[in-house]
Ligand binder design. Sequence first.
Ligand code: CAA
Length: 257
Amino acid sequence: MAYEYILTASEDGIGIITLNRPKILNALNLQLVDELVAELERMDRDPDIRVIILTGNDKAFAAGADINEMAEASAIEIMKRDQFAVWDRMSLISKPIIGAVSGFVLGGGCELMMNCDIVIASETAVIGQPEIKLGVMPGAGGTQRLTRAVGLRKAMEMLLTGEPISAKEALRYGLVNRVVPVEAYFQEARKLAKQIAAQPPLAVQVIKKAVHKADDLPLGEGMDYERNGFYLLLASEDRKEGMQAFLEKRKPRFTGN
Ligand code: CAA
C-alpha cells in the first residue's frame, strides 16, 4: 500500500513503521494516524510478522498532534471527526509493539509512545504532555495512561506544567524500559524485537493481552483471565514443541500453531 507519511519495512519476522514528516517533527496529522493504524492492522494480520517496531527519527519521534490542522477547527468539527476513534484501534493490535523513540516525544507523540508495549529511548528523548500550554488537554489517553504509568503525582506535575522530562527521568518512573545513546536506540529495539520474534507467537499474544488486562480488571478477574490464557496455550502445538525440545535438549521451532 502506498503511504504518504509513514515508511514501512519488514525483516526476520519484524515489521518496522517509521513516522515520516521530518520537516515538522513528525507532527501527527489525521492522515498520518490513519496510515499508521491501517499499517499496524495490516502487520497484525500478516503471518510473517511477529513483532512491530514503531519509530521516528533521531530528532523527533513525534512532536504531537498537528497544530496547523487543529488551530482553525471548531469544537463541533473536531468532535464530529471523532479523530480519536482510530487511536482506540491501536489498543486492539495483538502483536507486541516496541517503540524506538528519540528527540521530541510530546503530546500525541507521548500518547503514541504509551500505546507501545515496550519502549527503548535514546538519551536525547524529551517526553511530555504540553497540551496545557496550548489551552487544551490531552485527548488520546495522556491523562489516563500517563497516570497509570508514572503515578498520580508525577502525572499531575507533568500535565499541569506541560514541562517534559528527560529519558533518564522517564526510566526512573517506568515510562520507558531502557535508555541508550542516540546511535543505539534503534538497534537496541531491533535486538529486543528479534528476541521476542523467536518466542512462540500465540504465547506472546496471549501474554500481551493478559498484561494489558492488569490495567483494566480487578485482580480476581485478571487472575481468571490469566488462567484461561494458560489453559488455552496448553492446547497449542507450540506448547508440545517447546516442552519436547526442552526434554530433547534442543532449540524449539515455534510455528504459531
Ligand atoms: N504541529 C505542527 N507543526 C509542528 C508541531 C506540531 N505539533 N511541532 C513542531 N512543528 C513544526 C514547527 O511549526 C516548525 O515548522 P516551520 O519550520 O514550518 O516553522 C517545525 O516543526 C520545527 O519546529 P520548531 O521550529 O518549533 O523547532 P524547535 O526545535 O524550536 O522546537 C518543539 C521544537 C519544542 C517540539 C516545538 O516545535 C513545539 O513546542 N512544538 C509543539 C509541541 C506541542 O505542543 N505538542 C502538543 C500538540 S497537541 C496534542 O498533541 C493533542 C493530543 O493529545 C492528541
